[in-house]
Every structure is written in C-alpha cells, then in structure tokens.
Design a protein around this ligand. Structure first.
Ligand SMILES: Cc1ncc(COP(=O)(O)O)c(C=O)c1O
Length: 380
C-alpha cells in the first residue's frame, strides 16, 4: 500500500469478532492469563496494550521500519533514545535543537556523567576529530527554529565509521516527507504531538527503529521508565494519522504561498525555509525529503515591530507547538528556546526579532490577509 492508504488501513488488523473499521480502545490495565506461566500477548498495559500496539505498528509501517514505540510525549521519546547512553559517553548535538532537548543535554547529561559537543554545522563537521568516547549523534533536520538542513546520509555514514549511533528527530517532517532510517539513521524520534496527532489535542511521542538489538533495549527502557502513551491518546493518535498526508499537503501548499509572499514583503528581512530556492539547504532538502514541511521563521526589518506584529495577528494564535490544523506564530527566544543562554542564542541566530510560524490548513488567502494587516499595524 502507498503511504496515504497505509495511514488509514495500517496497524493491527485482527479485531475479528466485532469488525469495527477503527481499531478499538482497550481500557484495561491488566489481561487475564489462562494459567500460571501461560502468558498471552498482553499481560499488563505498561508493557503492552493493544491500542498502543496498534499505533506503534502503524508508525513503524509508515516509516517502512520494523518497530515503533509510543511514548507519553516527544520528550519521552528523546529521553528513551538517551536512555541508551552510559556514564562516560559523549553526544554530538546540532546547535538549534528543540529547547526541551537542549535542556536535557545541557542540564541532565552532566548529572549522568555524559558529555556533549554542540555542532553548528554537521555538514562540514570533521568526524576524524571526534573523541573515541563519542557514542551518539543527535540531530534535527530541518533544525528548529532556523530550518538548517543537515545531510542525513552523509552524516550517518561518517558517524557509523566511527562507531556512533545516529538519532534523528524527524518531528518537522514526519515519515510522510522524510525517512531517516532509509538514509542510514539508527533511531528516529518524534514529537507525535505535532503532525502525527495533528489537532493540538494530545501530547505524544514515538521512537522508530529497525535493529532488533536496539529495539530490545529500547523496549526494556520503555517498560521500566513507564512513560508510555495511554490507550486513549493512542486511539486519538491513530485517528490523527489517518489524515496526516492530506493535512501535510495542504499545510505545505499554504506555507509555500506564504513564504513566497513574505520573501517579497518590505517588512521582512529574511525568511528561513528550505523550500525557497534562495535557501542554502534547498537542493539538499529536495534530495533527502519529498517536501519542506510547514514551519518557517522570519526576521523583520528595523522599521517593523515584531511584538506589535504578533499582537495584531487575528487568525494566527501566539502559541508554542506546531503541526496542528491551526496556524501559530511564536517567539523562539522567549517561548521555545529560552533554555539557551543569551550568548548561545546570539551565536546561533535565535535573535530577539526571530519569529517562527507553523502553518495550518486554513484558507491561505485568509492567512496572507491576516499577515498583511498585521504588518500595517506593526509599522514603526
Ligand atoms: C522538534 C521537536 N522535538 C521534540 C519536541 C518535544 O515534544 P513534546 O512536546 O511532545 O514532548 C518538540 C516540541 O515542541 C519539538 O518541536
């Protein structure tokens, strides 16, 4: 089956008795055993729950991978990948990752005896200079919030030669647009809160792997950490995934029209979006993904006030997050990447005038009209 069909018909298929078109919601913490020592497929829902299992299989199928693990949040998924690290290990992480991930790296690693190096540009990183204790590469591409594109295939190849594991946070893309495992990554993590769920109504995470040993280890940690996705949220996530391709197509179409409008607007200094020919990641993004997604960032020219602009927007809500049906705008320096020090923010380019947009599926003319009227009110 092709992606759009699999999104609707994938997952477990054996609800044979009742024959509902949707996989049912199993609200049971425990499952009856026929006899002592006779364990069925389901024993206790922290280990395995049919509704969670259904969405785990669905997410794996969509990635053309063997295994999926559904977690209580995207950070739960990232923490699960980091649970593979041991004291003495080192991690290479790209410089603009999600703020929560940065919080984990910069604050939790130290307590655990794990070190890290911030890599500004993985495409030009010299892996020969990486120290022997480097165990993992963790990257987001396009990055958050500057949409910098990293060559997954090339980085994974070089990292593997040095015995490192490659983890890609694919939240901005989803497996619909980009499949990091196919490009050589070992582990893919998602905030499924975003495009997979798609309606800004649940917090969810997912980890996808192909390797049997990695899966065994991650499955053990999923069960022991206990940060599993609840059956109800698993049900909602399955429902959201059914419309992922149509939502992503529409959001992306809207995004392309909006960034082209913004690129020409006198208020805008710079647009960060790899779907624009002017973006340095344009060709690479085309090579490794089938689209550029529906998030972008902008900076404004000095004679326009970014606070007044955000306050004047009527359709766009000022809120963190992305990947829902509604369009959002946020101020990364204070809302999503406030955990970065001011020095690091300045070094990376998360400036005070940077705004990140997540485009939804509204009528694009309404969105452009809203931006146009807000610019007028933001003129200094
Ligand atoms: C790229 C990325 N990764 C991970 C996360 C964390 O996900 P969650 O909020 O579901 O824990 C987010 C959340 O915004 C994100 O944008």
């Amino acid at each position: 089956m092709k992606y759009a069909s699999l999104a609707i018909h994938g997952g477990r298929r054996e609800d044979a008795e009742i024959k509902g078109v949707n996989y049912p919601l199993y609200l049971s913490s425990t499952f009856v055993q026929d006899s002592i020592g006779d364990y069925g497929e389901f024993v206790y829902s922290r280990s395995n729950n049919p509704t969670r299992n259904n969405v785990e299989q669905l997410i794996a199928q969509l990635e053309e991978a063997k295994y999926g693990l559904a977690m209580a949040s995207g950070m739960g998924a990232t923490a699960l990948a980091f649970s593979l690290l041991k004291p003495g290990d080192k991690v290479l992480v790209n410089s603009n990752v999600y703020g929560g991930t940065w919080n984990y790296v910069s604050r939790v690693f130290e307590e655990r005896g794990i070190t890290y190096e911030v890599v500004t540009d993985f495409n030009h990183y010299d892996f020969d200079k990486a120290t022997a204790d480097t165990r993992m590469v963790f990257l987001e591409t396009p990055s958050n919030p500057l949409l910098y594109v990293t060559d997954i295939e090339s980085v994974c190849k070089k990292a593997h030669e040095k015995g490192m594991l490659c983890v890609v946070d694919n939240t901005f893309m989803t497996s619909y647009l980009q499949k990091p495992l196919k490009l050589g990554a070992d582990i893919v993590v998602y905030s499924a809160t975003k495009y997979y769920a798609g309606h800004s109504d649940i917090i969810a995470g997912a980890v996808v792997v192909d390797d049997d040993d990695l899966y065994t280890s991650l499955k053990f940690h999923q069960k022991i950490l206990g940060a599993i996705l609840s059956p109800f949220d698993s049900f909602l996530l399955t429902r959201g995934i059914k419309t992922l391709p149509v939502r992503m197509d529409r959001s992306q179409e809207n995004t392309q029209k909006i960034v082209e409008y913004l690129e020409k607007h006198e208020a805008v200094k710079k647009v960060y979006y790899p779907g624009l020919k002017s973006n340095e990641g344009y060709e690479l993004q085309k090579k490794q993904a089938t689209g550029s997604g529906a998030c972008f960032s902008i900076t404004l020219n000095d004679n326009f006030d970014s606070v007044a602009f955000c306050n004047a927007l009527e359709i766009f809500d000022l809120a963190v997050s992305l990947g829902g049906v509604e369009s959002l705008v946020c101020h990364p320096a204070s809302m999503t990447h406030e955990s970065y020090s001011k020095e690091l923010q300045d070094e990376i380019g998360i400036t005070d005038d940077l705004l990140r947009f997540a485009i939804g599926i509204e009528d694009v003319d309404d969105l452009i009209d809203d931006i146009a009227q807000a610019f007028e009110k933001a003129r200094k």
